[in-house]
Design a protein around this ligand. Structure first.
Ligand code: ADP
Length: 406
Protein backbone atom coordinates (compact mmCIF):
# COMPACT_ATOMS: atom_id res chain seq x y z
CA UNK A 1 0.00 0.00 0.00
CA UNK A 2 1.17 3.55 -0.79
CA UNK A 3 1.05 6.46 1.65
CA UNK A 4 -2.33 6.93 3.36
CA UNK A 5 -4.74 9.69 2.55
CA UNK A 6 -7.05 11.24 5.11
CA UNK A 7 -10.65 12.33 4.94
CA UNK A 8 -12.33 14.62 7.42
CA UNK A 9 -15.81 13.12 7.92
CA UNK A 10 -17.18 9.62 8.32
CA UNK A 11 -20.63 9.59 6.68
CA UNK A 12 -21.79 7.85 3.51
CA UNK A 13 -19.49 9.78 1.17
CA UNK A 14 -16.44 8.78 3.22
CA UNK A 15 -17.81 5.23 3.39
CA UNK A 16 -18.03 4.94 -0.39
CA UNK A 17 -14.60 6.53 -0.67
CA UNK A 18 -13.27 3.91 1.74
CA UNK A 19 -14.78 1.16 -0.43
CA UNK A 20 -13.06 2.58 -3.51
CA UNK A 21 -9.81 2.94 -1.53
CA UNK A 22 -9.95 -0.74 -0.56
CA UNK A 23 -10.37 -1.72 -4.21
CA UNK A 24 -7.38 0.42 -5.15
CA UNK A 25 -5.33 -0.64 -2.12
CA UNK A 26 -5.04 2.91 -0.87
CA UNK A 27 -5.06 3.26 2.92
CA UNK A 28 -7.78 5.71 3.95
CA UNK A 29 -7.80 7.25 7.42
CA UNK A 30 -10.97 9.04 8.56
CA UNK A 31 -11.67 11.71 11.17
CA UNK A 32 -15.17 11.27 12.56
CA UNK A 33 -16.82 11.72 15.98
CA UNK A 34 -18.03 8.17 16.45
CA UNK A 35 -16.76 4.73 15.51
CA UNK A 36 -20.43 3.95 14.73
CA UNK A 37 -20.29 6.30 11.73
CA UNK A 38 -20.61 4.57 8.33
CA UNK A 39 -16.98 4.99 7.17
CA UNK A 40 -15.32 3.90 10.41
CA UNK A 41 -15.71 0.17 9.81
CA UNK A 42 -14.08 0.26 6.35
CA UNK A 43 -11.31 2.76 6.99
CA UNK A 44 -7.71 1.73 7.60
CA UNK A 45 -7.80 3.88 10.75
CA UNK A 46 -10.03 6.34 12.60
CA UNK A 47 -9.27 9.58 14.43
CA UNK A 48 -12.21 9.85 16.80
CA UNK A 49 -12.88 13.59 16.79
CA UNK A 50 -15.53 16.03 15.63
CA UNK A 51 -15.01 17.10 12.01
CA UNK A 52 -14.25 20.70 13.00
CA UNK A 53 -11.79 19.62 15.70
CA UNK A 54 -8.48 21.04 14.44
CA UNK A 55 -6.42 18.95 16.90
CA UNK A 56 -8.10 15.89 15.41
CA UNK A 57 -7.09 16.98 11.90
CA UNK A 58 -3.53 17.59 13.14
CA UNK A 59 -3.51 13.98 14.39
CA UNK A 60 -4.93 12.80 11.04
CA UNK A 61 -2.11 14.67 9.26
CA UNK A 62 0.53 12.68 11.14
CA UNK A 63 -0.86 9.52 9.50
CA UNK A 64 -1.41 10.78 5.93
CA UNK A 65 0.35 12.38 3.00
CA UNK A 66 -2.73 14.40 1.94
CA UNK A 67 -6.10 15.27 3.46
CA UNK A 68 -9.46 15.95 1.83
CA UNK A 69 -12.94 16.72 3.16
CA UNK A 70 -16.28 14.95 3.12
CA UNK A 71 -18.30 18.15 3.36
CA UNK A 72 -17.88 21.88 3.14
CA UNK A 73 -18.34 22.74 6.81
CA UNK A 74 -14.65 23.44 7.13
CA UNK A 75 -12.93 25.63 9.71
CA UNK A 76 -10.59 27.33 7.23
CA UNK A 77 -9.10 29.69 9.80
CA UNK A 78 -8.47 26.95 12.30
CA UNK A 79 -6.76 24.78 9.69
CA UNK A 80 -4.60 27.54 8.16
CA UNK A 81 -1.72 27.01 10.63
CA UNK A 82 -1.61 23.30 9.71
CA UNK A 83 -1.36 24.15 6.01
CA UNK A 84 1.37 26.68 6.83
CA UNK A 85 3.27 23.87 8.61
CA UNK A 86 3.16 21.79 5.44
CA UNK A 87 0.01 19.70 5.83
CA UNK A 88 -1.28 19.06 2.32
CA UNK A 89 -4.99 19.74 1.99
CA UNK A 90 -6.46 18.74 -1.37
CA UNK A 91 -8.19 20.92 -2.50
CA UNK A 92 -6.05 23.62 -0.88
CA UNK A 93 -7.68 25.88 1.71
CA UNK A 94 -7.43 28.86 -0.66
CA UNK A 95 -9.29 26.92 -3.39
CA UNK A 96 -11.94 25.96 -0.84
CA UNK A 97 -12.42 29.45 0.59
CA UNK A 98 -14.84 30.72 -2.12
CA UNK A 99 -16.85 27.48 -1.95
CA UNK A 100 -17.51 26.85 1.74
CA UNK A 101 -20.39 29.28 1.97
CA UNK A 102 -23.27 30.03 -0.41
CA UNK A 103 -22.60 33.76 -0.32
CA UNK A 104 -18.92 33.25 -1.21
CA UNK A 105 -20.07 30.99 -4.06
CA UNK A 106 -22.42 33.62 -5.45
CA UNK A 107 -19.65 36.25 -5.25
CA UNK A 108 -17.23 33.90 -7.01
CA UNK A 109 -19.72 33.23 -9.81
CA UNK A 110 -20.33 36.93 -10.24
CA UNK A 111 -16.56 37.56 -10.37
CA UNK A 112 -16.10 34.87 -13.01
CA UNK A 113 -19.16 36.01 -14.91
CA UNK A 114 -20.72 32.54 -14.70
CA UNK A 115 -24.51 32.24 -14.91
CA UNK A 116 -26.39 31.91 -11.60
CA UNK A 117 -29.67 33.19 -10.13
CA UNK A 118 -29.75 36.89 -9.27
CA UNK A 119 -29.43 37.47 -5.53
CA UNK A 120 -29.03 40.01 -2.75
CA UNK A 121 -27.76 39.74 0.82
CA UNK A 122 -30.63 39.61 3.34
CA UNK A 123 -29.10 42.68 4.99
CA UNK A 124 -30.21 44.64 1.90
CA UNK A 125 -33.84 43.92 2.88
CA UNK A 126 -33.41 45.05 6.49
CA UNK A 127 -34.91 48.28 7.80
CA UNK A 128 -32.47 51.20 8.16
CA UNK A 129 -30.49 51.00 11.44
CA UNK A 130 -32.39 53.95 12.99
CA UNK A 131 -35.73 52.07 12.84
CA UNK A 132 -36.36 50.20 16.13
CA UNK A 133 -36.67 46.50 15.35
CA UNK A 134 -39.33 44.71 17.36
CA UNK A 135 -39.31 40.95 17.76
CA UNK A 136 -41.88 40.71 14.95
CA UNK A 137 -41.23 43.61 12.63
CA UNK A 138 -44.20 45.00 10.71
CA UNK A 139 -43.99 44.36 6.97
CA UNK A 140 -43.09 48.00 6.37
CA UNK A 141 -39.74 47.22 8.02
CA UNK A 142 -38.67 44.80 5.30
CA UNK A 143 -37.73 46.10 1.89
CA UNK A 144 -37.70 44.09 -1.32
CA UNK A 145 -34.75 45.48 -3.32
CA UNK A 146 -35.47 46.97 -6.72
CA UNK A 147 -35.54 44.51 -9.59
CA UNK A 148 -36.74 41.59 -7.43
CA UNK A 149 -40.27 40.32 -6.94
CA UNK A 150 -41.90 37.53 -4.94
CA UNK A 151 -41.71 34.62 -4.64
CA UNK A 152 -38.07 34.65 -3.56
CA UNK A 153 -35.82 31.88 -2.24
CA UNK A 154 -33.89 32.64 0.96
CA UNK A 155 -30.88 30.53 1.95
CA UNK A 156 -28.56 30.33 4.90
CA UNK A 157 -25.06 31.02 3.61
CA UNK A 158 -23.58 28.32 5.84
CA UNK A 159 -24.81 25.18 7.54
CA UNK A 160 -27.72 24.34 5.19
CA UNK A 161 -28.16 21.02 3.41
CA UNK A 162 -30.99 19.00 1.87
CA UNK A 163 -33.27 22.02 1.99
CA UNK A 164 -32.56 22.74 5.66
CA UNK A 165 -31.67 26.40 5.80
CA UNK A 166 -33.85 27.44 2.87
CA UNK A 167 -37.17 29.32 2.93
CA UNK A 168 -39.57 30.32 0.18
CA UNK A 169 -40.75 33.89 0.70
CA UNK A 170 -44.18 34.69 -0.71
CA UNK A 171 -44.31 38.34 0.29
CA UNK A 172 -43.05 41.13 2.53
CA UNK A 173 -44.51 39.48 5.66
CA UNK A 174 -42.37 36.39 5.07
CA UNK A 175 -39.33 38.57 4.43
CA UNK A 176 -39.90 40.53 7.65
CA UNK A 177 -40.48 37.32 9.62
CA UNK A 178 -37.24 35.86 8.28
CA UNK A 179 -35.30 38.98 9.25
CA UNK A 180 -36.69 38.64 12.78
CA UNK A 181 -35.88 34.93 12.98
CA UNK A 182 -32.34 34.65 11.58
CA UNK A 183 -29.04 36.50 11.52
CA UNK A 184 -29.39 38.51 8.27
CA UNK A 185 -25.60 38.61 7.88
CA UNK A 186 -25.68 34.85 7.28
CA UNK A 187 -28.48 34.75 4.70
CA UNK A 188 -28.86 35.50 1.01
CA UNK A 189 -32.06 35.84 -1.01
CA UNK A 190 -32.33 34.92 -4.66
CA UNK A 191 -34.84 34.98 -7.47
CA UNK A 192 -37.14 31.96 -7.59
CA UNK A 193 -36.17 30.11 -10.75
CA UNK A 194 -38.95 28.47 -12.77
CA UNK A 195 -36.64 25.75 -14.03
CA UNK A 196 -37.70 22.86 -16.25
CA UNK A 197 -35.09 20.46 -14.92
CA UNK A 198 -32.32 20.28 -12.36
CA UNK A 199 -29.04 18.98 -13.75
CA UNK A 200 -25.73 18.10 -12.12
CA UNK A 201 -22.16 17.51 -13.15
CA UNK A 202 -19.27 15.95 -11.24
CA UNK A 203 -15.88 17.19 -12.40
CA UNK A 204 -12.33 16.57 -11.23
CA UNK A 205 -9.01 18.28 -11.79
CA UNK A 206 -5.66 16.65 -11.08
CA UNK A 207 -2.48 18.33 -9.98
CA UNK A 208 -1.27 18.39 -13.58
CA UNK A 209 -4.21 20.65 -14.49
CA UNK A 210 -6.20 18.02 -16.41
CA UNK A 211 -9.99 18.39 -16.01
CA UNK A 212 -12.38 15.46 -16.55
CA UNK A 213 -16.14 15.17 -16.07
CA UNK A 214 -18.74 12.49 -15.53
CA UNK A 215 -21.74 12.84 -17.87
CA UNK A 216 -24.35 15.52 -17.25
CA UNK A 217 -27.25 14.01 -15.25
CA UNK A 218 -30.76 14.99 -14.23
CA UNK A 219 -31.53 15.21 -10.53
CA UNK A 220 -35.05 15.16 -9.14
CA UNK A 221 -35.76 16.48 -5.66
CA UNK A 222 -38.60 15.59 -3.30
CA UNK A 223 -39.22 18.36 -0.76
CA UNK A 224 -35.77 19.76 -1.60
CA UNK A 225 -33.96 16.47 -0.98
CA UNK A 226 -32.48 14.57 -3.93
CA UNK A 227 -34.89 11.74 -4.72
CA UNK A 228 -33.50 10.23 -7.93
CA UNK A 229 -30.81 10.80 -10.55
CA UNK A 230 -30.97 9.82 -14.21
CA UNK A 231 -27.65 9.38 -16.03
CA UNK A 232 -26.97 10.53 -18.65
CA UNK A 233 -29.59 13.22 -19.27
CA UNK A 234 -30.67 13.58 -22.91
CA UNK A 235 -28.97 16.90 -23.65
CA UNK A 236 -27.59 18.50 -26.79
CA UNK A 237 -23.86 18.45 -27.35
CA UNK A 238 -23.86 22.24 -26.89
CA UNK A 239 -25.52 21.99 -23.47
CA UNK A 240 -23.13 19.31 -22.26
CA UNK A 241 -20.21 21.35 -23.50
CA UNK A 242 -21.52 24.49 -21.78
CA UNK A 243 -21.70 22.62 -18.45
CA UNK A 244 -18.18 21.22 -18.91
CA UNK A 245 -16.80 24.64 -19.82
CA UNK A 246 -18.30 26.11 -16.65
CA UNK A 247 -16.71 23.34 -14.59
CA UNK A 248 -13.33 23.77 -16.27
CA UNK A 249 -13.39 27.57 -15.78
CA UNK A 250 -14.16 27.17 -12.11
CA UNK A 251 -11.59 24.46 -11.42
CA UNK A 252 -8.84 26.19 -13.35
CA UNK A 253 -9.42 29.69 -12.03
CA UNK A 254 -9.35 28.37 -8.44
CA UNK A 255 -6.32 26.15 -9.16
CA UNK A 256 -8.52 23.50 -7.57
CA UNK A 257 -7.34 19.90 -7.29
CA UNK A 258 -9.94 17.25 -6.49
CA UNK A 259 -13.60 16.58 -7.21
CA UNK A 260 -16.02 19.49 -7.59
CA UNK A 261 -19.76 18.99 -8.06
CA UNK A 262 -22.05 21.47 -9.76
CA UNK A 263 -25.83 21.70 -9.49
CA UNK A 264 -27.69 23.56 -12.24
CA UNK A 265 -31.15 24.83 -12.99
CA UNK A 266 -32.04 24.42 -16.64
CA UNK A 267 -34.88 26.17 -18.43
CA UNK A 268 -35.77 29.28 -20.35
CA UNK A 269 -32.74 31.10 -18.98
CA UNK A 270 -30.44 28.28 -20.11
CA UNK A 271 -28.05 26.89 -17.49
CA UNK A 272 -27.88 28.63 -14.12
CA UNK A 273 -25.53 27.37 -11.42
CA UNK A 274 -27.50 26.69 -8.24
CA UNK A 275 -24.81 25.31 -5.99
CA UNK A 276 -21.24 24.08 -5.93
CA UNK A 277 -19.98 21.33 -3.66
CA UNK A 278 -16.22 20.93 -3.18
CA UNK A 279 -16.50 17.16 -2.92
CA UNK A 280 -18.15 14.05 -4.27
CA UNK A 281 -21.91 14.32 -4.56
CA UNK A 282 -25.15 12.37 -4.36
CA UNK A 283 -25.67 13.02 -8.09
CA UNK A 284 -22.51 11.00 -8.87
CA UNK A 285 -23.24 7.82 -6.89
CA UNK A 286 -24.41 5.98 -10.02
CA UNK A 287 -20.80 6.16 -11.30
CA UNK A 288 -19.74 3.38 -8.91
CA UNK A 289 -21.37 0.79 -11.18
CA UNK A 290 -21.97 2.69 -14.41
CA UNK A 291 -18.67 4.43 -15.13
CA UNK A 292 -15.16 3.23 -15.95
CA UNK A 293 -13.98 5.49 -13.14
CA UNK A 294 -16.31 6.47 -10.29
CA UNK A 295 -16.43 9.86 -8.60
CA UNK A 296 -14.73 8.22 -5.61
CA UNK A 297 -11.91 6.92 -7.82
CA UNK A 298 -11.53 10.44 -9.19
CA UNK A 299 -11.25 11.81 -5.67
CA UNK A 300 -8.73 9.18 -4.56
CA UNK A 301 -6.57 9.69 -7.65
CA UNK A 302 -6.58 13.48 -7.55
CA UNK A 303 -6.02 13.67 -3.77
CA UNK A 304 -3.14 11.21 -3.91
CA UNK A 305 -1.46 13.25 -6.66
CA UNK A 306 -2.17 10.92 -9.56
CA UNK A 307 -3.53 11.76 -13.02
CA UNK A 308 -7.30 11.45 -13.53
CA UNK A 309 -8.49 9.44 -16.56
CA UNK A 310 -11.49 10.54 -18.65
CA UNK A 311 -14.39 8.46 -17.29
CA UNK A 312 -16.71 6.72 -19.74
CA UNK A 313 -20.12 5.15 -19.18
CA UNK A 314 -19.97 1.36 -19.30
CA UNK A 315 -23.72 0.96 -19.83
CA UNK A 316 -26.34 2.99 -21.74
CA UNK A 317 -27.49 4.65 -18.53
CA UNK A 318 -28.35 4.35 -14.87
CA UNK A 319 -31.03 5.39 -12.41
CA UNK A 320 -29.99 6.12 -8.82
CA UNK A 321 -32.74 6.28 -6.21
CA UNK A 322 -32.11 7.57 -2.70
CA UNK A 323 -33.59 5.50 0.10
CA UNK A 324 -34.91 8.22 2.37
CA UNK A 325 -36.26 7.30 5.80
CA UNK A 326 -40.04 7.15 5.39
CA UNK A 327 -40.83 6.71 9.06
CA UNK A 328 -39.20 7.21 12.43
CA UNK A 329 -37.49 4.17 13.87
CA UNK A 330 -35.17 4.11 16.85
CA UNK A 331 -31.86 2.26 16.56
CA UNK A 332 -33.06 -0.55 18.88
CA UNK A 333 -36.20 -1.26 16.85
CA UNK A 334 -35.68 -4.78 15.41
CA UNK A 335 -37.09 -3.52 12.08
CA UNK A 336 -34.72 -0.53 11.99
CA UNK A 337 -32.45 -2.17 9.46
CA UNK A 338 -35.30 -2.58 6.92
CA UNK A 339 -34.15 -6.13 6.16
CA UNK A 340 -37.27 -7.06 4.20
CA UNK A 341 -37.17 -4.00 1.94
CA UNK A 342 -33.44 -4.28 1.43
CA UNK A 343 -33.73 -7.88 0.35
CA UNK A 344 -36.51 -7.02 -2.13
CA UNK A 345 -34.56 -4.08 -3.57
CA UNK A 346 -31.35 -6.06 -3.93
CA UNK A 347 -33.27 -8.81 -5.80
CA UNK A 348 -34.42 -6.46 -8.59
CA UNK A 349 -32.75 -6.96 -11.99
CA UNK A 350 -29.49 -5.06 -12.54
CA UNK A 351 -29.86 -3.38 -9.15
CA UNK A 352 -27.04 -2.49 -6.77
CA UNK A 353 -27.95 -1.65 -3.19
CA UNK A 354 -25.78 0.57 -1.00
CA UNK A 355 -26.93 0.58 2.61
CA UNK A 356 -25.08 3.10 4.76
CA UNK A 357 -25.55 1.32 8.09
CA UNK A 358 -26.74 4.41 9.96
CA UNK A 359 -28.24 3.88 13.39
CA UNK A 360 -31.97 4.66 13.49
CA UNK A 361 -34.13 6.29 10.89
CA UNK A 362 -36.11 9.48 10.66
CA UNK A 363 -38.22 11.07 7.95
CA UNK A 364 -36.09 12.08 4.98
CA UNK A 365 -32.80 10.75 6.36
CA UNK A 366 -30.59 9.27 3.64
CA UNK A 367 -30.26 5.64 4.68
CA UNK A 368 -28.91 4.21 1.45
CA UNK A 369 -29.32 4.28 -2.30
CA UNK A 370 -30.09 1.88 -5.12
CA UNK A 371 -28.52 2.09 -8.57
CA UNK A 372 -30.30 0.34 -11.42
CA UNK A 373 -28.44 -0.07 -14.71
CA UNK A 374 -30.51 0.80 -17.77
CA UNK A 375 -30.45 -1.04 -21.09
CA UNK A 376 -32.01 1.31 -23.66
CA UNK A 377 -29.56 3.22 -25.75
CA UNK A 378 -32.21 5.57 -27.15
CA UNK A 379 -32.74 8.52 -24.81
CA UNK A 380 -36.56 8.64 -24.68
CA UNK A 381 -36.82 4.89 -24.26
CA UNK A 382 -34.21 5.05 -21.52
CA UNK A 383 -36.21 7.67 -19.64
CA UNK A 384 -39.30 5.49 -19.96
CA UNK A 385 -37.34 2.48 -18.73
CA UNK A 386 -36.05 4.55 -15.80
CA UNK A 387 -39.56 5.68 -14.80
CA UNK A 388 -40.81 2.09 -14.91
CA UNK A 389 -37.92 0.98 -12.70
CA UNK A 390 -38.67 3.88 -10.35
CA UNK A 391 -42.24 2.63 -9.92
CA UNK A 392 -40.96 -0.85 -9.06
CA UNK A 393 -38.69 0.64 -6.43
CA UNK A 394 -41.43 2.88 -5.01
CA UNK A 395 -43.64 -0.18 -4.49
CA UNK A 396 -40.96 -1.48 -2.11
CA UNK A 397 -39.60 1.75 -0.71
CA UNK A 398 -42.13 4.64 -0.47
CA UNK A 399 -41.23 8.30 -0.36
CA UNK A 400 -41.42 10.04 3.01
CA UNK A 401 -44.69 11.94 3.09
CA UNK A 402 -43.61 14.89 5.09
CA UNK A 403 -39.87 15.25 5.09
CA UNK A 404 -38.04 16.67 8.03
CA UNK A 405 -34.55 15.98 6.75
CA UNK A 406 -32.01 14.65 9.20
P1 ADP B 1 -29.35 22.63 -0.11
O1 ADP B 1 -27.97 23.16 0.07
O2 ADP B 1 -30.15 22.56 1.13
O3 ADP B 1 -29.38 21.37 -0.97
P2 ADP B 1 -30.21 24.07 -2.49
O4 ADP B 1 -29.79 25.47 -2.73
O5 ADP B 1 -29.57 23.03 -3.33
O6 ADP B 1 -30.09 23.77 -0.95
O7 ADP B 1 -31.78 23.97 -2.66
C1 ADP B 1 -32.47 22.75 -2.53
C2 ADP B 1 -33.53 22.67 -3.62
O8 ADP B 1 -34.42 23.77 -3.51
C3 ADP B 1 -32.97 22.76 -5.04
O9 ADP B 1 -32.52 21.51 -5.49
C4 ADP B 1 -34.21 23.25 -5.80
O10 ADP B 1 -35.10 22.17 -6.03
C5 ADP B 1 -34.83 24.21 -4.81
N1 ADP B 1 -34.30 25.59 -5.04
C6 ADP B 1 -33.17 26.11 -4.52
N2 ADP B 1 -32.97 27.37 -4.94
C7 ADP B 1 -34.00 27.68 -5.75
C8 ADP B 1 -34.38 28.84 -6.52
N3 ADP B 1 -33.64 29.96 -6.51
N4 ADP B 1 -35.49 28.77 -7.24
C9 ADP B 1 -36.28 27.65 -7.27
N5 ADP B 1 -35.99 26.53 -6.56
C10 ADP B 1 -34.87 26.52 -5.81
Amino acid sequence: MGPAIGIVGGGQLAWMLAEAAQRRQIALQVQTPSTDDPAAALAAGVVEAAVRDVAGTAELATRCSAISFENEWIDLEGLAPLEAQGVQFVPSLSALQPLVCKRNQRELLRRLNLPSPRWFPLTAACPPKSTPVTSAPPRSQAVCPEGFSFPLMAKAATGGYDGKGTAILQGLDDLAALIARVDPENWIVEEFVAFEQELALVAARDRFGEVVCLPLVQTHQHQQVCDWVLAPVEASHALQQAARNIAASLLTSLDYVGVLSLEFFYGRQGLLINELAPRTHNSGHYSIEASSCSQFDLQLLSVSGQAVPEPSLQVPGALMVNLLGFERRSADDPEADYGRQRHALASLDDAHLHWYGKRGSSLGRKLGHLTVLLRSSEAQQRRQEAMERLQQIRAIWPLPEETVAA
